[in-house]
Write a protein that binds this ligand. Structure first.
Ligand SMILES: *[C@@H]1O[C@H](CO)[C@@H](O)[C@H](O)[C@H]1NC(C)=O
Length: 255
């Protein structure tokens, strides 16, 4: 009897140590995309309405956006025509250029990808100082091809149209090293403010990169996070993993 009990206990402990505890976020439906950073959470729904989370209320932001980001660079977004906007004093001011996706998770700079999958970066000075059409916008164009691009303190991660994964080190002046190829396949990837990396593959499975440190920014390998639903989008900040299913259900997970 005692031996049986001991054997049964071990798989349970293993399962608990890896599990994330997820709850459905009941007061928001049909999100398309979500981004968490620096304690803030923003999202867009499938009707391209942008939201900002305050307490448990999803506050509607003005305008219409297909992608929104929050982080050290502030709040930025793009609309369905790929026009770029920065949130300034309760409203959106347009910034010259066209991007289909962008990310403000780097050290106060912006990265993004345009409709041809060309990667771009905006320096910290230009990102932080941008306040309207008269501010300079020296977009730096990088080699390579990426459809989704996200930065954190230890580097920038991106995926291309074949779902191949790449890592690049980038500083706040948009000075970059070459892309290095990382094993695996993901259709979107997000780097958190603390440097951890999460992504979703084409089948809707969620992965996180293990072993990332300042001296080993590429980490060691991918771990699957069981979700029980096909997921389309993921973001992580301050212990909370936010996931949106392909069917539009949002969950928040802790572990
Ligand atoms: C998106 O949000 C707006 C504003 O709350 C709402 O009217 C619309 O129905 C939402 N779209 C979907 C698909 O739920």
């Amino acid at each position: 009897m005692r031996a049986t009990a001991a054997v049964l206990l071990v798989p349970c402990l293993l399962a608990i140590s890896h599990a994330w505890d997820c709850q459905i976020v009941v007061n928001i439906k049909n999100l398309m995309q979500i981004d968490a950073g620096l304690g803030q959470v923003v999202a867009t729904n499938t009707s391209q309405i942008p939201y900002y989370l305050v307490g448990d209320k999803w506050i509607r932001l003005p305008g219409s956006l297909k992608h929104i980001t929050v982080g050290p660079a502030g709040i930025w977004g793009v609309n369905k025509a790929d026009s770029i906007y920065k949130y300034v004093a309760d409203n959106w001011v347009q910034a010259a250029g066209l991007l289909k996706q962008l990310d403000g998770g780097g050290e106060q700079f912006i990265v993004g990808a345009n409709m041809y999958d060309t990667p771009y970066c905006l320096t910290r000075g230009a990102t932080v100082g941008y306040k309207g059409p008269d501010s300079p916008l020296p977009w730096t164009r990088f080699p390579g091809s990426v459809k989704y691009y996200s930065c954190g303190p230890f580097g920038c991660w991106a995926v291309n149209k074949n779902d191949d994964i790449y890592l690049m080190s980038l500083n706040l002046d948009c000075q970059n090293k070459e892309w290095s190829h990382i094993d695996g396949k993901l259709s979107m990837i997000e780097v958190a403010t603390d440097g951890s990396v999460f992504g979703v593959n084409s089948e809707g499975s969620v992965y996180t990169r293990d072993g990332i440190t300042a001296s080993k920014p590429e980490g060691t390998g991918w771990s699957n996070i069981q979700m029980g639903m096909h997921m389309g989008h993921v973001t992580y900040d301050l212990g909370r993993l936010w996931v949106v299913s392909k069917s539009g259900v949002t969950m928040v997970c802790t572990h």
